[in-house]
Design a protein around this ligand. Structure first.
Ligand SMILES: *Cc1c(COP(=O)(O)O)cnc(C)c1O
Length: 393
């Protein structure tokens, strides 16, 4: 099909819930994507932080193919090898204790919320079920995670929202103490780098203090690493750069390099909170997705993750060196990069221009967001930078 035909068919038969760029994608290689007519795009998006190995990675394709031929799905009523192995690797690389696998980020966060409420119920009984999240956060599109998302613009249409959520300001212990004072709180849920909110890393001292407050009051520290996890910021999980061990940590986007998979990891204190019958998902721990996840873990060695930090630094420095009139400062960690807009420029206008010129980028909050494949080469980064220079100078 041609691009025009694909767009027309989508418009007719797929619900119109996405603001799409006017581009159809057919295939990809490394960090390059191609439309059906063969036009090339440099990818600084990874399908919103998902395709950390880029496109067409041979090891990934082979592992998926082999596993699909053996067994595509059997459900969690039986034992399978690849999810067990993936859970082991995740725990050994992070110090967490065990894993529950799900399918998407919002669903993983639902599990994290349920775990926190059950932990508190088991120990203290009713009345201690409130979850604190941060203003400007993003936690998903399900009813509970939408409620937990601390941005007013998401709290529309779908009333009534879920009970038992309150918000604190990022980087303010005063605000957190105020909203936890009533004694009805069971957990504090944070993104260490607010992604959708604009790529805003939390302050290290603040996160340390949050962890201490949680420990002191037996509140669970719930870290949402759906976007920041799995090598994106240059460590397997971002909490490792904050010197904390969460009680529960969710992950999703990059975990299987492009197949739908997510999950939560619990520390030793929380490993037995969810018991048979209290949580489940039919598609969870899919053996094909887990086989893909094993390849991601193999490629994302500690040495490779060091390279992610260096690539991120290079990209930020080179963007700043272009002195583009539309951009302010760059910030971020590893290959999770935010760019502020200069006064009078709109992030969506700039994104439209770049995509039209052959460079795929994202927006977040009021700024730009770059999430290139973690395997991106210097040559591919330079090709993207050249498009930025040509289009925006
Ligand atoms: C993307 C994202 C989610 C939602 O994940 P879905 O897979 O779209 O449900 C939740 N939290 C964070 C931090 C995210 O970036």
């Amino acid at each position: 099909m041609t691009s025009t035909e694909i767009k027309a068919l989508t418009g007719q038969y797929v619900m119109n819930t996405y603001g799409r760029f006017p581009v159809a994608i057919d295939h990809g290689v490394g960090a390059k994507l191609y439309d059906p007519e063969g036009r090339e795009y440099i990818d600084f998006t990874s399908g919103i932080g998902v395709t950390d190995l880029g496109y067409g990675n041979e090891k990934w394709v082979d592992a998926i193919t082999v596993q699909a031929k053996k067994l595509g799905h059997v459900s969690n009523l039986f034992y399978t090898e690849s999810p067990a192995k993936l859970a082991e690797i995740l725990c050994k690389r992070t110090g967490m204790s065990n894993v529950f696998f799900a399918n998407g980020g919002g669903e993983a966060n639902e599990g994290m919320i349920k775990l926190a409420r059950k932990y508190s119920f088991d120990k203290y009984g009713k009345g201690r079920s409130t979850i604190i999240s941060l203003n400007n956060s993003f936690h998903g599109r399900t009813m509970a995670t939408l409620t937990a998302t601390g941005q007013e613009r998401f709290h529309n249409y779908f009333f009534p929202f879920v009970e038992g959520f309150r918000f604190a300001d990022a980087n303010s212990m005063e605000s957190l103490k105020e909203v936890t004072a009533a004694g009805d709180v069971c957990g504090v849920m944070l993104e260490l780098v607010q992604g959708e909110g604009g790529v805003l890393p939390l302050e290290k001292a603040y996160v340390k203090s949050v962890a201490e407050l949680c420990e002191k009051n037996d509140l669970l520290l719930l870290i949402d690493e759906v976007q920041s996890g799995v090598g994106r910021t240059g460590s397997m999980f971002t909490f490792q750069q904050y010197d904390i061990l969460p009680d529960v940590c969710s992950f999703a986007k990059g975990i299987a390099g492009g197949l739908p998979m997510s999950g939560i990891m619990a520390n030793e204190k929380c490993r037995n909170v969810l018991t048979p019958g209290t949580h489940a998902t039919t598609f969870g721990a899919n053996p094909v997705c887990a086989a893909a996840g094993l390849v991601v873990q193999e490629i994302l060695s500690d040495e490779f993750l060091q390279g992610v930090q260096e690539k991120g630094k290079y990209l930020c420095e080179q963007i700043e060196a272009l002195h583009l009139p539309c951009f302010g400062k760059t910030r971020g960690m590893g290959l999770m990069i935010g760019i502020e807009m200069a006064e009078g420029y709109s992030n969506s206008d700039v994104a439209d221009k770049l995509v039209a010129a052959g460079l795929l980028v994202l927006t977040a909050g009021p700024g730009m967001r770059l999430l290139p494949p973690l395997v991106i080469t210097k040559e591919e980064m330079d090709a993207g930078l050249a498009i930025m220079k040509k289009t925006l100078a």
